[in-house]
Design a protein around this ligand. Structure first.
Ligand code: NAD
Length: 298
């Protein structure tokens, strides 16, 4: 039977460690960690993600500050808010919830975030350090995937790894992190020819294309590990109900693989957990606290 890489379970285990870490260090720091989340506009999925992040902060003892801005604010106003939060001593992490309405320049906004508070790891300084394989804040979804693999002692070094997707949010930073860990990485995208054949070479296949059920058994080598980053809400046959699915047609590949991530309950919870880890990491650095959480940072 294939092994389920249970992101929900692992995230709860890590959260327990984080909670413990905060409660044993809050006296030294004289305050708990603080995370600011900026949401712009009314995208309903973003609303759900922000709520989940707020709840996760509450569970471990991080103060969350939610700034929900109307989409008629100007770019300049958001930049000013980020500058203010950069200087705020109660804030260790700043996250811009993506996507934001098209009239904003999201990359410019991210470039305003102080790199040491850039808990999404998307600021060009942190991306540059990732390219150079130097320690820095790492983006949450890729870092969560690496922790999931490590939790089951799945070796990255020397493995053939295919990543589907080359976005700044997932595909590119993930490919770089895996390369830094000595994987032999192939990054693929919407213009890749013979995608199924390329994927079939992989010992570890990671799907982050944002296309429901793109990956079927013809993409998968016997005994491979398959990680599904995609998350899609589809109509269910039961009226008024929706169901979640990923980029992988799980029922088609499950008997073939050594290990897989479910959707939901795989990569998603780990993404939120890594946001907490990054916020606490920034807090730890600011107050020179003991660094017992370093093994969570790829
Ligand atoms: P994106 O749209 O920015 O990028 C998608 C990438 O996939 C692009 O590089 C594109 O070239 C490639 N692609 C698209 N269609 C393809 C195809 N048919 N074949 C091969 N490559 C193809 O998306 P993203 O932000 O990287 O997110 C990808 C998916 O992961 C989405 O479903 C998103 O919702 C999900 N996601 C999940 C989490 C999580 O925590 N679980 C976090 C971030 C993103």
């Amino acid at each position: 039977m294939s092994l389920k890489l249970d992101g929900k379970k692992l995230s709860l285990e890590i959260e327990a460690k984080l909670k413990n870490y905060i409660s044993s260090n809050r006296k030294i720091a004289k305050r708990v960690p603080g995370l600011a989340v900026i949401r712009i506009g009314e995208d309903p999925a973003s609303g759900v993600y922000v709520k989940n992040k707020e709840k996760a902060c509450n569970r471990v003892g991080i103060n969350s500050f939610i700034f929900h801005l109307k989409d008629n604010v100007e770019q300049k106003e958001v930049e000013e808010l980020i500058k203010k939060l950069n200087l705020d001593n109660d804030i260790d992490g700043i996250l811009l919830q993506l996507p934001i309405p098209k009239k904003f320049d999201d990359q410019r906004l991210i470039s305003y975030i102080n790199p040491s508070k850039d808990v999404d790891g998307l600021n060009e300084k942190n991306i540059g350090k990732l390219v150079k394989n130097e320690p820095a804040m790492r983006s949450c979804t890729p870092a969560g995937i690496i922790n999931l693999l490590r939790s089951q002692n799945i070796t990255i070094e020397g493995k053939k790894i295919v990543v589907i997707g080359r976005s700044l949010l997932v595909g590119k930073p993930l490919s770089l992190m895996l390369l830094n860990l000595n994987g032999t990485v192939t990054m693929t995208h919407s213009k890749t020819l013979n995608l199924d054949k390329v994927c079939k070479e992989a010992d570890i296949l990671i799907a982050a294309a944002g296309k429901p059920n793109l990956v079927n058994s013809s993409f998968v080598k016997e005994g491979a590990v398959i990680i599904d980053v995609g998350i899609h809400r589809l109509e269910s046959s039961d009226e008024n109900k929706t169901r979640l699915c990923g980029d992988v047609l799980l029922e088609d590949v499950i008997t073939k693989v050594f290990a897989y991530t479910p959707v939901p309950g795989g990569v998603g919870p780990m993404t939120v957990t890594m946001l907490l880890v990054n916020t606490i990491f920034s807090w730890q650095k600011q107050f020179g606290l003991s660094s017992t959480l370093n093994d969570l940072l790829p």
